[in-house]
Write a protein that binds this ligand. Structure first.
Ligand code: MTE
Length: 390
């Protein structure tokens, strides 16, 4: 007492010495004190790391943009670093003039830059039956949000003279070894789909599809074909392996839903969240993310008593179409056990369901499209853990 804080009283070396010169890191990197903030692979989730996921550390991110180096990764057959000078995009099928574009051809066309979330359809997949993972990184980290830059797909389809009468679908194909192909209906393809080379002001990172990927706003990540090399126009859906065997929803009656592409309205509290520890009773900012594949987030409600009472959170602007929205709400923790939840509502009026409401319709055999309300339990010790509340 009375001795003062040595962090203030003792002059540190950085206040008395010459710092590092400019351009010591010509492409900047985070502080060495942030080394714990990383994409992480869930141990044992898949047999090989080439067909796996690295989850984004949502608990450590602010605002709505995911730094490019922390954008989640999901590959079926590993990632490649493709020479843009060698890369080509072919458009064929039901078009007047099939064409092959180089990157230079594409980048001279009129471009757009738009902020959108991308969520893997398998995000939160492990939680269908019971609590399976400890942190928000593993429960919700197949989610990222960036500003994407590229040419609208509609410009390219017009350029090739797509068949307006019979061209009902497109097939997008990647250049990696996974034979990744996805069908997209022509109405969506002409609406807001982008053939993108830019992400957050720089070229795409190799892990995220450099030099070219498809951006399909509001739709599950699998349709955002990376290392995009071909778009084919056709008159019916292709029902490829990634549409017929994988990325289908097992229903309780034994049937399977196919082509359930839209990521429905969802939200999650990122702090406090599983694996964190509150210091002491008193004031905390509860913060999280909300999104909807159908449009804008209209409202987010937060409960601190397991869903009995709800208060409306503040939405931080900008609130954009098919984009992450940050929410915040003040909370004074009384030091007792409690359960924190968030519930998002989008501008179509859709309300994010409770896990038991979702299970009543979907059963528990699904992998994809779990958009249930997430519950975090705060113990009297301050420890936060993943729980399911019915
Ligand atoms: N595109 C190709 N060519 N190969 C892939 O393995 N994975 C898909 C999709 N596009 C994939 C692909 C899946 S399942 C998802 S969720 C997203 O890319 C992930 O994009 P990201 O790695 O940039 O987060």
């Amino acid at each position: 007492v009375g001795e003062g804080d040595p962090a203030i009283l003792n002059l540190p070396a950085y206040s008395t010495t010459l710092g590092k010169p400019v351009a010591a890191n010509p492409y900047g990197v985070p502080s060495r004190f942030e080394a714990n903030l990383q994409r992480r692979e869930s141990p044992g989730l898949t047999r090989v790391s080439q067909a796996s996921v690295a989850f984004a550390p949502l608990q450590g991110l602010f605002g709505i943009i995911t730094p490019s180096g922390l954008h989640f990764e999901r590959h079926h057959q590993g990632w490649q670093d493709i020479d843009p000078a060698q890369h080509r995009l072919m458009i064929n099928g039901l078009v007047k003039q099939p064409k092959v574009y180089t990157m230079d051809d594409l980048m001279r066309l009129p471009s757009v830059s738009r902020m959108h979330f991308i969520e893997c359809g398998a995000n939160t997949a492990m939680e269908w039956g019971n609590v399976a993972v400890p942190t928000v990184q593993y429960s919700h980290g197949m989610l990222s949000c960036s500003e994407f830059t590229g040419v609208p797909l509609s410009v390219l389809l017009e350029d090739c003279g797509y068949d307006k009468k019979n061209g009902k679908y497109i097939l997008a194909e990647g250049a990696d070894g996974s034979s990744m192909t996805r069908t997209i209906d022509i109405t969506r393809a002409l609406d807001d789909v982008i053939v993108a080379w830019g992400m957050n002001g720089e070229m795409l990172r190799p892990e995220n599809g450099y030099p070219l990927r498809l951006v399909v706003p509001g739709v599950q990540g699998v349709s955002w074909v990376k290392w995009l090399r071909r778009i084919k126009v056709g008159d019916q859906p292709w029902a490829t392996k990634d549409e017929a065997v994988h990325y289908i929803d097992a229903m309780p009656d034994g049937s399977y839903r196919q082509y359930t592409s839209i990521q429905e309205c969802k939200s999650v509290i990122t702090t406090p969240s599983g694996g964190q520890r509150l210091l002491d009773k008193g004031f905390y900012n509860i913060t999280g993310l909300a999104w909807s594949g159908r449009g804008k987030v209209k409202r987010v409600d937060v409960s601190v008593d397991g869903g009995r009472n709800w208060r409306t959170a503040r939405l931080e602007g900008p609130v954009l179409n098919k984009c992450l929205t940050r929410f915040n709400i003040d909370w004074v923790w009384d030091g007792g056990p409690c359960v924190l939840q968030s519930r998002a509502i989008d501008d179509t009026g859709y309300v994010q369901p409770k896990i038991n409401e979702l299970r009543a319709v979907r059963g528990t055999r699904s992998i994809y499209h779990n958009n249930a309300i997430q519950s975090w339990q705060v113990a009297a010790s301050g420890e936060v853990s993943n729980v399911q509340v019915y």
